[in-house]
Design a binder for this molecule. Structure first.
Ligand code: DX5
Ligand code: ZN
Length: 225
């Protein structure tokens, strides 16, 4: 079974003064909309939080893929699930008990995602795979959009894909950072099946068309089970 690839444009690269329009611009093309929540503590950057997510949720039906780059996710993550996020991803580095938080998120009606930052090895977290819905491998250091894709992160993607296949799990394997026309095929080949793209989508003249092209590239190269 080969799941069709998911493209999740990141609104971090969109015009924050017109978020509703920016999200509507990818309707019909994007599978998820990726929302980067940063607290200027876990990462040295500050973006948006729950009030904006709640309002934006009313503006579109595209499922929200919330990426929490915050400390103390136990305190905040369930609120995003309650606000109607489809998937809520928190960082392994910020969480003492990822198993418990994933369970809480699922109980709150969301998919649960675990993110692994650039400098974190993935091995210690592989045993959590049966208990999450999404595993997000950062292909940059978390904190800012527009950074250069790090191909050396693909080893982690391969390791996770191998484990997902071996255990016959339905976990989405997501990559985030520097994903664009010239990098998405490598990531798909390594086993990713969900792709966050900020600059590559919102920096394009036609964001929806950019999404369609990325999806086409990921589909022709993607995971073979
Ligand atoms: C950065 C964020 C990314 C960011 C990706 O920490 O997690 O989602 O928006 O932006 P690009 O696609 O421009 O690298
Ligand atoms: Zn992100």
């Amino acid at each position: 079974m080969k799941p069709s690839p998911i493209i999740a444009p990141s609104i971090l690269a969109a015009d924050f003064a017109h978020l509703a329009d920016e999200v509507r611009a990818i309707e019909g093309a994007a599978d998820w909309v990726h929302v980067d929540v940063m607290d200027n503590h876990f990462v040295p950057n500050l973006t948006i939080g729950l009030p904006v997510v709640r309002s934006l949720r009313e503006a579109t039906d595209i499922p929200f893929d919330v990426h929490l780059m915050i400390t103390d996710p136990e305190r905040w993550a369930p609120g995003y699930a309650e606000a109607g996020a489809y998937n809520v991803t928190f960082h392994a580095e910020a969480c003492d008990n990822p198993f418990a938080l994933a369970k809480t998120l699922r109980a709150a009606g969301a998919k649960a995602g675990l993110a692994i930052d650039r400098d974190t090895p993935v091995e210690p977290y592989l045993e959590l795979l049966p208990f999450v819905d999404t595993l997000l491998i950062m292909t940059i250091k978390a904190g800012f959009g527009g950074q250069k894709f790090l191909p050396e992160m693909l080893g982690k993607v391969r390791d996770v894909r191998r484990r997902i296949s071996a255990m016959d799990l339905e976990v989405r394997l997501e990559v985030d950072g520097g994903i664009a026309a010239d990098t998405i095929e490598q990531a798909a080949e390594a086993g990713a099946d969900a792709f966050v793209a900020g600059t590559a989508v919102y920096g394009a003249d036609d964001p929806a068309e950019a999404v369609r092209k990325l999806k086409e590239q990921a589909s022709k190269t993607g995971v073979r089970a």
